[in-house]
Design a protein. Structure first.
Length: 78
């Protein structure tokens, strides 16, 4: 990744990770009210397992080598 875009990429990733925390907190609260605390934790555990299954069945598992970076960085205009 070109150095010029690393800041933008980092900001985007932080927004995706930290920006969705309030939605997850709200959803966890709703699940706890509807299904009880034990049910909400069970649903969250199965959701975590599904994330792992998605990685195992996705294209990442078939990746043999990490793709190399292009020789010349692409020019990005703001």
């Amino acid at each position: 990744m070109p150095l010029k875009v690393q800041g933008r990429m980092n900001a985007s990733m932080r927004w995706l990770v930290w920006g969705t925390l309030p939605a997850g907190t709200f959803l966890g609260g709703v699940l706890a009210v509807v299904y009880g605390l034990r049910g909400a934790i069970t649903i969250a555990a199965f959701g975590g397992l599904l994330a792992g299954v998605w990685v195992l069945l996705g294209p990442v598992r078939r990746l043999k080598t990490i793709p190399s970076m292009p020789e010349e960085p692409q020019t990005i205009t703001p």
